[in-house]
Design a protein around this ligand. Structure first.
Ligand SMILES: Nc1ncnc2c1ncn2[C@@H]1O[C@H](COP(=O)(O)OP(=O)(O)OP(=O)(O)O)[C@@H](O)[C@H]1O
Ligand SMILES: [Mg+2]
Length: 243
């Protein structure tokens, strides 16, 4: 018999079931992920930590639909996306996922507002509407005044905030960030993290973030630890930990 607690109104945002990833180079294969089970609910802010080589980026690439697992199932909003074609995965990425990388990855010959609007131009949006949405996203990271500058005319911390604006410009429900503060000093890093927190709290975006730095990871609400390709713990982060 079902009790109220058993009945879900909708599927979780993300559900990984026994995900495995084996990389093959010639005759040699390497098991980078082993039996990963994970549920991420809508609106969560999950930080992922673990030693170098433990499988964090491999996991992020699968969660971000950049790569397919070699075993297990990945349900995104209840849909099994583990065996989609690369075109189908690209479509999901465009609609559902914004990415922020360690190296900012802005296009140098485009202005700041054009960089932010890029995902919209790619999806065929009319440029006036795209520019308005890009300006809204720039305002969200307090950089509206940089709209006509170019990436090399703003600081590293500001460039990463522009990358955050680009990741949220099409209102993607999921934002994934792999070492987003890795190229920044601690002051700039904290500055960037304020905005991840803001888009989680104000826009309700679900954030999954990898960081080596405990102070950065502590901006999240839940900490997942990965070791040798497996999740070894998942704990709630106390808000008092944030410095
Ligand atoms: N494309 C690939 N081909 C073969 N092996 C790979 C590939 N990508 C990653 N690996 C291996 O899988 C393991 C996990 O790599 P991964 O990049 O996920 O680690 P990580 O936890 O992100 O490390 P870091 O903290 O250094 O970024 C490593 O041993 C790595 O060498
Ligand atoms: Mg990595």
């Amino acid at each position: 018999m079902n009790t109220d607690r058993d009945i879900r109104i909708s599927a979780p945002l993300i559900r990984l079931e026994n995900i495995g990833m084996i990389y093959k180079i010639g005759d040699i294969s390497y098991e980078a992920l082993k039996g990963i089970n994970l549920i991420v609910e809508n609106g969560e802010f999950v930080s992922v930590m673990g030693a170098s080589g433990s499988g964090k980026s491999t996991l992020m690439n699968i969660l971000g639909c950049l790569d397919r697992p070699t075993a297990g199932k990945y349900f995104l909003e209840g849909r099994d996306v583990s065996n989609l074609t690369s075109d189908e995965l690209a479509e999901i990425r465009n609609k559902k996922i914004g990415f922020v990388f360690q190296g900012f990855n802005l296009i140098q010959r485009l202005s700041i507002v054009e960089n932010v609007g890029l995902p919209l131009y790619y999806s065929g949006m009319h440029s006036k509407e795209a520019t308005e949405m890009a300006m809204d996203a720039l305002k969200l990271v307090d950089l509206a005044d940089t709209e006509n500058k170019f990436p090399n005319q703003i600081s590293g911390g500001e460039q990463q905030r522009v990358a955050i604006a680009r990741a949220v410009v099409n209102n993607a429900p999921i934002i994934m960030a792999d070492e987003p503060t890795g190229n920044l000093d601690s002051v700039r890093g904290a500055d960037v993290m304020r905005f991840f927190k803001k888009i989680n709290e104000e826009r309700g975006a679900t954030i999954i973030l990898v960081s080596h730095d405990k102070n950065i990871a502590n901006y999240g609400k839940r900490l997942i630890t990965v070791k040798d390709g497996a999740i070894i713990s998942s704990t709630v982060i106390e808000t008092k930990n944030v410095v």
